[in-house]
Design a protein around this ligand. Sequence first.
Ligand code: NAD
Length: 737
Amino acid sequence: MTMKNFSLETDADGIATITWDMPGRSMNVIDMSVMNELETIVGKLASDAAIKGAVITSAKDAFCAGADLTMLEALLKQYHQSVGKDETAANQALFDQSRRLSQIFRALETCGKPVVAAINGTALGGGLEICLACHHRVAADSETVKLGLPEVKVGLLPGAGGTQRVARMMQPADALQFLLKGSDLRVSQAKAMGLVDEVVPAKKLVEAAKQWIRDGGKPVAPWDVDGFRHPAKVFSPAGMMTFMPANALYRKETWDNYPGARGILSCVYEGALVPFDTALTIEQRYFASVLKSPQAAAMIRSLFVSMQALGKGARRPADVKPNRIRKVGVIGAGFMGAGIAYVTARAGIDVVLIDQTQEAADRGKAHSEKLLTDGLRKGRIRQADKDATLARITATTDYNQLAGCQLVVEAVFEDRNVKVDVIAKVEAVLGRSAIFASNTSTLPITSLAKASARPKSFIGIHFFSPVDRMMLVEIILGKRTGEKALAMALDYVRAIRKTPIVVNDVRGFYANRCVGNYLLEAHLMVMEGIPPAMIENGARMAGMPVGPLALTDEVAVDLAWKILQATKKDLGEKAVDPRQEKLLEEMVVRRGRLGRKADKGFYEYPDIGRKYLWPDLAQIAPEQKSADEVSIDEVKNRLLATMALEAARCIEEKVVTDVREADVGSILGFGFAPWSGGTLSYIDMMGAAAFVEMCKGLARKHGKRFRPNRLLGEMARNAETFYGRFPPGGGAAAQSA
Ligand code: NAD
C-alpha cells in the first residue's frame, strides 16, 4: 500500500512500527488523507497474520496537533449548502462524516492486535484521542511534551471517543475537569491521572512500546473486558456528589454560553449509563449537533482559522524578505518595557534594555528574573532556560549598546517631549535598516513620526498589560510608515509568539476604543442606580471574563480619570459624558479609590479573602434602582452592543481593515465574549437587521451613543454579514466600506 502520511515497518518479532510524518507540514494533523490511510492501516493490522502488534509514533517533534479544523469548516459549509434542500439528508451526512474518525479509532481498538502509542511529542485533540484508543501508552520523558483535549476552547467537544475513554480512565470529577478546562497536561501529570501508562527517556520510547507487546500486552481496552465498572456510578451517592455540583459549576463558569461545554457534561453523564459503543454514538450525536451551533462555527473561525492566519502573517507585505530577529532594543524599563524585554528574551532574542538610571534598568531586568523564578517553581521552565533568558538581557543606560539592533521598541513615559528626545537619541545610533517602534497608547504615530528623521521606518507596536500574558499586539501604521517597518513589526510579533492585528492610526487605535465603551457603559449604569453587582454579573453572564468595574480597577481608576481629562482637553467638553466624569471624580479625587493598585476602587481588596464590591458605591448615584426594576438582559445587551458597535465603526472608518483582525483582536485584546467569535461575529450571528433594531431601541432609551452607523444600516437593509461583505484577506474592508 502506498501512503504519504505514514510508513509501516515490521520487525523480526512481527511488531509493526507505524510512523506518522506528513509531508510538507511542520506538524501532523488529522485530515481526510490521514483518515483514509489510518483506515487502511487498521484493516491491515486486523487482517495480516504476520503482524503481531503495532506501535504508533511520529517522526515530527510533536506527535499530532489534532484534527485539521479547516476540514470541519468545510464539512459545515457543505451542511449549510444542503440543509435547505433536504434537512434530514444534510443532518445524516454531517453525522456520518463527523463520526468517521471515532469509528476508525474504535476499529483500531478492536482490531485484535495489541497497539501501543509511543508519544514522542505533544499530542492534542484527535492526536491524543488516537493514543487513548491504543491499548497502552508510553510517553517520552520531556518537559516540552503536552497532552490535552482543547476542543472546548474552540467551541467543540472531543468527538473521537475522548469524552468516553477519559471518563472511563479516571474519577468523574477529574475527567470533567480535564475535559471542560481543555488545558494541557505535562507528561508527569498525565501519568499521575492515568492517561499515560509509562514514561521513559525519549531514546527508549519505541523500544519500551515494543517490549509491552513482547511481554504479552493484551489487545483489549479495559471497557471491553467483561465486568468492567464505569468509575462514574451515576445512580449512587458518589454520582450525586459529582454530577449535581458539576452542573452548577458548569453554569457558574460558562453561564451556558458554550454548547461544546454543555455537550461534554451530557456526554459524560449519559455515556456512563450505557455500554461503550452506545456511549460513542451518544458522543458522536452531541458532536454533530455542537458542530452545527453558530457558536462553534464562530469560535473555530476566529480562534483557530483566523488566529492561525494572522499569526502566520496574513497581513505581511509579501515582497519584503523575512527578518530573522536577533537583537532588539527596549527603551524604558518600567511596567511595559520590562514585560516587553521579558517576552523578547524568552523568544531567544538579545535585548538591550535602557532606562534613565542603571537602577531603573536593573529593576526592569529583575521583572524577568521574577517571572522566570515563578516559571521554574511551577515546573514550566528549566534552570537552563532561566539562565539563558537572563543572559540575553543587557540592562544599561548606554544608548551606544543599541548598535546592531534590528528593532527598537520605545516604552518611556507617555509624554510627547520625552518620546521626542528618545527618538533622537536612538536614531543617532541605529543602523540604516533598523526600525523604530513606539508602544504609545494615546499619541498618534503619525505625529510622533514627525520627530523622526526616517518616518518610513517608524511604526507603533502596542502591547497590552500584562505583557507576558496578553496575546494580542496592535501594530499601528502611521501615514508614512513603510512596508519594511510593517514586515519587521509582524516578524517580531510572530517571533515572540503573539498575535498581531494591523490598525490605522486613530485615537485609541482599536482595542482601547472598544474597551473604553465597555467601561463607560458600566460607569453610566452605576450612575443610573443599577446595582453594581448586576452590572458585574451581567457582564459575566454575557460571556466577558472580567466585569467592567473589576476591569476599571485593574487598569486603575485614576488612569480612566486621566484619559477622560485628556480627551476633554483635546476634543472638548462634548467628547466626554459628565455622568462618567462625576463618578470618576468622586472615586479618584474625593475618595482616593484608585483601583487594584491602591487596594480600593470599585472593589475592596481585603488582606485575607476575596475582593468584594465596595458597599458604598451605589450611594454615589443620585438614585437607586432595585434589582426588580432592571432587566438583566438589557444590561448584557448594552455591554456587548456598545463594544460591537464601536468595532463596526472601526471597520467603517477603516481603523481595522480585515474582519478577522477585529474579531481576533476583540477576544485576545479585551476578552469579548469568546462564544460569539468576536465583536463582528456577534453582529453576524444575530443578523445585522436584528442588531440595528436592538441598537435603535437602546439609543431611544439611553442616548445617541447607541445609534447604529451608516455601514450597519446598509448591511441591515441588504441582509449582509461582515464576513460576506468583507471577505477576509487583502484588506477588503478598506476597499468597500
Ligand atoms: P512606566 O512609568 O511604568 O515606565 C516608563 C519608564 O520609562 C520608566 O521606567 C522611566 O524611568 C522610563 N523613562 C522615562 N524617560 C526616559 C528616557 N528619557 N529614557 C529612558 N527611559 C525613560 O510606564 P508604562 O506603563 O510602562 O508605559 C510606558 C509606555 O507604554 C507609555 O507610552 C504607555 O502609554 C504605553 N502603554 C502602557 C500600557 C499600560 O497598561 N501601562 C499599555 C500599553 C501601552
